[in-house]
Design a protein around this ligand. Structure first.
Ligand code: SF4
Ligand code: SF4
Length: 475
C-alpha cells in the first residue's frame, strides 16, 4: 500500500443559492489578467443546461477523459503517437465561441456624454479584437434556466428521461452546480500533455501547470473532461485552478470556499492508496468506478493507516487534519457526497451532495413506493450526473438527508424521535446529530480543516486527536 494525502472539496448542492459570489474573488485574484479574461477557474452553472464551455459533459463531442479499450484504460482522444501526429492541429479543441469572446463596454461614452436629445447607447466590444460583438454565450448564460427551452434538451443528464416532459412549465426543475478543477487522482489533463508540464503535487495532490515546461499544445484543454484547463492566448501557455495553493500553504482555505455565501463548501484532507488508482479507474463498468473510487479512500482515524502513512513520509500535521476531515465523513462515512461524472474515470476529488428537492405531491408520501420518485428533480437525472446512472447511491444519500430533516423536525415539534425513515437509513441518533452539526451549524474551522505546514507544537490538534506520537521533526 502506498498512502498519499490529497485535498478534496465537498459542495452541498441543497444549499447553493447560485449567487456566483465564489466565482468573483477567484476571478479577481487569479484570472484578472490579459489573456485570461474568458477563464473562470470557478463558475456556477444552472442545471438542466449545457454549461460552459457549451456541452462540456458530452464526450462524444469533446473526447475528454478516459475510457476502456478492452480492459485497458486509454485516453479517449488517443495516446502519445496520435498526439504527435496531430501536434499542430488538435482536432478536439473547442473554439472561443464555445466559451465566449470576452467583452467590455466603452463606459466613457455614457459617463462623459453631454446632455442631448437622445442619450447614447453602448455596444459590447471584444476585449481581444476591439470590434463590436453580438453576445451569444458566457459562463452563466443559462442562469436560472434562461434559454433552457433551447439548450437544455442537449443536456446529457436527461439520458433515459423524457426531457420534453421535464422542461414544461409545471414540472420544470432546477438547481445550481458550482464547478472547479477536480484535482483528480487520475488526471487526464496531465496524461494528455506531450511536454509533461502538468503535474500533481506530491504532498497534497493539487494539480498544477509548470509554466516553464508548457509549450502551448493545448492537449490538456481537450484531455480534461471537465474542461477546467484553459489556454491563455497572451502567454501562449495553459493554466488552471491552483486550489489557491498559496493560501492553502498558509493554513487558509480556498477563496471560493472562504467566500461561499450559502456555506455549502467543505475542504479537507483525504488519505488514499495510490497503488490502487489504476485498478479503480479501470473498473469493468462505468457504474463500478464510484464504488472502486470509494474503496481506495482510507480511514484517517485507523491507527494502522496513520502509522503506515507517517512511516511513508506523510507529515503529522497532514495526518491530524485528515483525522478531522469533514470531507471524509461526507464522502465515505455517511455516503452523502458523490463524484461528478465518475464515468470520465479521472477519479475526481470535488464531490457533491445531491439537492433534496421539494416533493411534487405531498399526498404521494403515503404511497407504498419510494418517496424520492415524487421529487421534483428526477433521481435518474442526479444519477446520470453523479453516479454514471446508478440510482442506488443517490437514493441512499437523499434518504439519509430526508431522514435527517425529519429527525430534526420531529425534535423541534416534539414528536417521537425515531421515525421509520431514520431506521431505514441505519443512522443512529448521535450520527444524525453529528450530521446536522456539520451540514447546518458547523463554524469555519470545522468546515475547512487545512493543515498548517510547520512544526507541530504541544497542545496542538495532534494531541487532541491522540496523534502526538507522530509529531513532525522540528525544521
Ligand atoms: S478536472 Fe481536469 S484539469 Fe482538473 S485535474 Fe481533473 S483532468 Fe485535470
Ligand atoms: S458562493 Fe456558495 S452559494 Fe453562492 S453560488 Fe457559489 S457555491 Fe453557491
Amino acid at each position: 500500500m502506498k498512502i498519499k494525502a490529497q485535498f478534496a472539496m465537498v459542495l452541498n448542492l441543497d444549499k447553493c443559492i447560485g449567487c456566483h459570489t465564489c466565482s468573483i474573488p477567484c476571478k479577481n485574484v487569479w484570472t484578472n489578467r490579459k489573456g485570461a479574461e474568458y477563464m473562470w477557474y470557478n463558475n456556477v452553472e444552472t442545471k438542466p443546461g449545457i454549461g460552459y464551455p457549451r456541452q462540456w459533459e458530452d464526450q462524444r463531442l469533446h473526447n475528454g477523459g478516459w475510457h476502456l479499450q478492452g480492459n485497458r484504460l486509454a485516453l479517449r482522444a488517443g495516446g502519445r503517437a496520435h498526439k504527435l501526429l496531430n501536434i499542430f492541429h488538435n482536432p478536439d479543441l473547442s473554439t472561443i465561441d464555445a466559451y465566449y469572446e470576452p467583452w467590455n463596454y466603452n463606459y466613457e461614452r455614457l459617463i462623459d456624454s453631454p446632455r442631448r436629445k437622445h442619450q447614447p447607447a453602448i455596444r459590447p466590444v471584444s476585449q481581444i479584437t476591439g470590434e463590436p460583438l453580438d453576445l451569444k454565450w458566457g459562463p452563466n448564460w443559462e442562469d436560472d434556466l434562461a434559454g433552457a427551452g433551447e439548450t437544455a434538451p442537449k443536456d446529457v443528464n436527461f439520458k433515459d428521461l423524457d426531457h420534453a416532459a421535464y422542461l414544461q412549465f409545471r414540472s420544470v426543475f432546477m438547481f445550481y452546480l458550482p464547478r472547479l478543477c477536480e484535482h483528480c487522482l487520475n488526471p487526464a489533463c496531465a496524461a494528455s500533455c506531450p511536454s509533461g508540464a502538468l503535474y500533481k503535487r506530491e504532498e497534497d495532490g493539487i494539480v498544477l501547470v509548470d509554466q516553464e515546461r508548457c509549450r502551448g499544445w493545448r492537449f490538456c484543454v481537450t484531455g480534461c473532461p471537465y474542461k477546467k484547463t484553459y489556454f491563455n492566448w497572451k502567454s501562449g501557455r495553459a493554466e488552471k485552478c491552483i486550489f489557491c495553493y498559496p493560501r492553502i500553504e498558509s493554513g487558509q482555505t480556498t477563496l471560493c470556499a472562504h467566500t461561499c455565501v450559502g456555506r455549502i463548501r467543505y475542504v479537507g484532507i483525504i488519505l488514499y492508496d495510490a497503488e490502487r488508482i489504476l485498478q479503480a479507474a479501470a473498473a469493468a463498468t462505468d457504474q463500478e468506478v464510484y464504488p472502486a473510487h470509494l474503496e481506495i479512500l482510507l480511514d484517517p482515524r485507523d491507527p494502522q493507516i496513520q502509522a503506515t502513512a507517517h512511516a511513508q513520509g506523510i507529515s503529522a500535521s497532514m495526518l491530524a487534519a485528515a483525522a478531522r476531515s469533514p470531507v471524509y465523513k461526507l464522502i465515505k462515512t455517511w455516503r452523502l457526497a458523490l463524484p461528478l461524472h465518475p464515468e470520465f474515470r479521472t477519479l475526481p476529488m470535488v464531490w457533491y451532495i445531491p439537492p433534496l428537492s421539494p416533493l411534487q405531491n405531498y399526498a404521494a408520501e403515503k404511497d407504498s413506493g419510494d418517496i424520492l420518485d415524487h421529487m421534483r428533480i428526477p433521481v435518474r437525472y442526479m444519477a446520470n450526473l453523479l453516479t454514471a446512472g446508478d440510482e442506488a447511491p443517490v437514493r441512499l444519500s437523499l434518504h439519509r438527508l430526508m431522514a435527517l430533516r425529519q429527525f430534526m423536525r420531529n425534535r423541534r415539534v416534539g414528536e417521537e424521535k425515531d421515525s421509520p425513515r431514520q431506521s431505514e437509513t441505519g443512522l443512529s441518533e448521535s450520527t444524525l446529530e453529528e450530521m446536522y452539526r456539520l451540514l447546518a451549524l458547523a463554524p469555519f474551522e470545522e468546515r475547512y480543516v487545512v493543515p498548517t505546514r510547520g512544526t507541530v507544537a504541544h497542545g496542538s490538534t495532534l494531541e487532541v486527536q491522540g496523534l502526538s506520537g507522530f509529531a513532525d521533526e522540528p525544521s
